[in-house]
Write a protein that binds this ligand. Structure first.
Ligand code: PMP
Length: 315
C-alpha cells in the first residue's frame, strides 16, 4: 500500500514511538505533585518543553501544550476576541476550518478576508494598502496550506504586522516535517499539531511570544504556567518533542519528485490542472483538478489499486 496523505496525518517517528512507550511506563506520576515521583515526571516534561522552545526560538513560558492545532487556533482566537473587544480580525479565505470557524464564532461581524490571488496566495499589496487606512486588532494567516501545499508569505506579513504593532497569529500546522527550518519568533502566536510531523495525535502547542499577555485558555488548576488548566498528557508531549527534534537524515525533501509526478500526469491525462503550479509550495504536496473527477468514486478506486490519496482535507 502506498500512503499519499501525510498532510492528514503521519505515522509515528520511531524515536517518538519509543519515547511514548517509555513515558507511558515511567511518567505515570502527576507532574504537579510535590513528591519525588511527580517531580521526576515534571523534570522530564519540562526538559521536553525547554528543548522545543529552544529549537523554535520561543521562551519555555511561551510554549503552551494543547490537544492540537484545532485547540490552539480556537483558544487563541477566542481569547483575543475577548481581550480585544474592538477592531477586526483579518484572515485569508483559504485558512483551515479551525481558523475560519473560530473566526465566525468569536469574531462575528468583524472578520475580514484578505483576498487571495488565483493560485491561492494572499495579496500582500492589499494588506499594505489597507494598513495605510485601517488597523485590524489581529491578523491570522497560515504558513502552508494543508490541501494545496501553497506557502503563504507569512514571514513578510509577520514582519509588517510587527512593524505596525499588530498581533499576528500563524497556523503553522503543515510547516514542520515538510518545509525548511524557519524563524517563527516574529509571530505573536503560532499553532502546531504533533501528528503532522511524526508525533502522536491529540497533542500540540500554542507558541506565544508574550505569554504574559494571554489570560487563561482553560479554567481549573495552574498547569501550563496557569494558561491551560488540566493534568498534562506527559507521554504524548514527550513523544511530540522527540518527533520534533528527530534527526531525519534520509528524509527526502525533493520538489523535483513532485514536479516529475505532476508533469507525467499532465502529459498523460488531458485536462489535468495542478493547483498553484509555479508558486512556492511544500515539496510533498500535489493538489490536482482532474476532469470528471468524483472523489467519492476515485478515492476508493485508487485505494483498491494500492494508493491512499485524499479528495480534500481530512480534518
Ligand atoms: N490547521 C491546519 C493547517 C491543518 O492542516 C490541521 C489538520 N488538518 C489543523 C489545523 C488541525 O489540526 P488537528 O486536527 O491536529 O487539531
Amino acid at each position: 500500500m502506498a500512503y499519499f496523505d501525510w498532510n492528514a496525518t503521519t505515522p509515528m517517528e520511531p524515536v517518538a514511538l519509543e519515547t511514548l512507550r517509555g513515558a507511558l511506563v515511567e511518567d505515570w506520576g502527576n507532574p504537579s505533585a510535590p513528591y519525588r515521583v511527580g517531580a521526576a515526571v515534571r523534570s522530564r516534561f519540562e526538559a521536553a518543553r525547554e528543548a522545543m522552545a529552544a529549537a523554535l526560538g520561543f521562551s519555555p513560558e511561551g510554549v503552551i501544550f494543547t490537544s492540537g492545532a484545532t485547540e490552539s487556533n480556537n483558544a487563541y482566537l477566542r481569547e483575543m476576541a475577548l481581550q480585544l473587544s474592538e477592531g477586526e480580525l483579518w484572515i485569508s479565505a483559504v485558512e483551515h476550518a479551525a481558523v475560519r470557524a473560530a473566526a465566525a464564532r468569536w469574531w462575528p461581524g468583524r472578520t475580514r478576508h484578505i483576498p487571495v490571488r488565483g493560485d491561492g496566495v494572499i495579496e500582500l499589496e492589499w494588506v499594505s494598502e489597507q494598513l495605510g487606512q485601517s488597523r485590524p486588532a489581529l491578523v491570522s494567516v497560515m504558513a502552508a496550506n494543508n490541501e494545496t501545499g501553497l506557502i503563504q508569505p507569512w514571514e513578510e506579513l509577520s514582519q509588517r504586522c510587527a512593524e505596525a504593532g499588530i498581533p499576528f497569529h500563524c497556523d503553522a500546522t503543515q510547516w514542520w516535517g515538510r518545509a525548511p527550518e524557519a524563524d517563527f519568533s516574529q509571530c505573536t502566536a503560532v499553532a502546531m499539531s504533533a501528528h503532522k510531523f511524526g508525533g502522536p495525535k491529540g497533542v500540540g502547542a500554542l507558541l506565544l511570544k508574550s505569554p504574559e499577555a494571554l489570560p487563561r485558555l482553560q479554567e481549573g488548576g495552574s498547569q501550563e504556567h496557569g494558561a491551560r488548566a488540566g493534568t498534562e498528557n506527559v507521554p504524548a508531549i514527550r513523544a511530540m518533542a522527540a518527533a520534533f527534534l528527530a534527526d531525519r537524515p534520509g528524509a527526502p525533501r525533493q520538489a523535483q519528485w513532485r514536479d516529475a509526478f505532476e508533469r507525467r500526469l499532465v502529459a498523460e491525462l488531458p485536462g489535468v490542472r495542478v493547483n498553484g503550479a509555479g508558486s512556492p509550495r511544500l515539496w510533498n504536496t500535489s493538489s490536482l483538478v482532474l476532469p470528471d473527477f468524483s472523489a467519492r468514486r476515485w478515492v476508493p478506486r485508487l485505494d483498491r489499486e494500492g494508493f491512499q490519496v485524499s479528495g480534500g482535507a481530512a480534518c
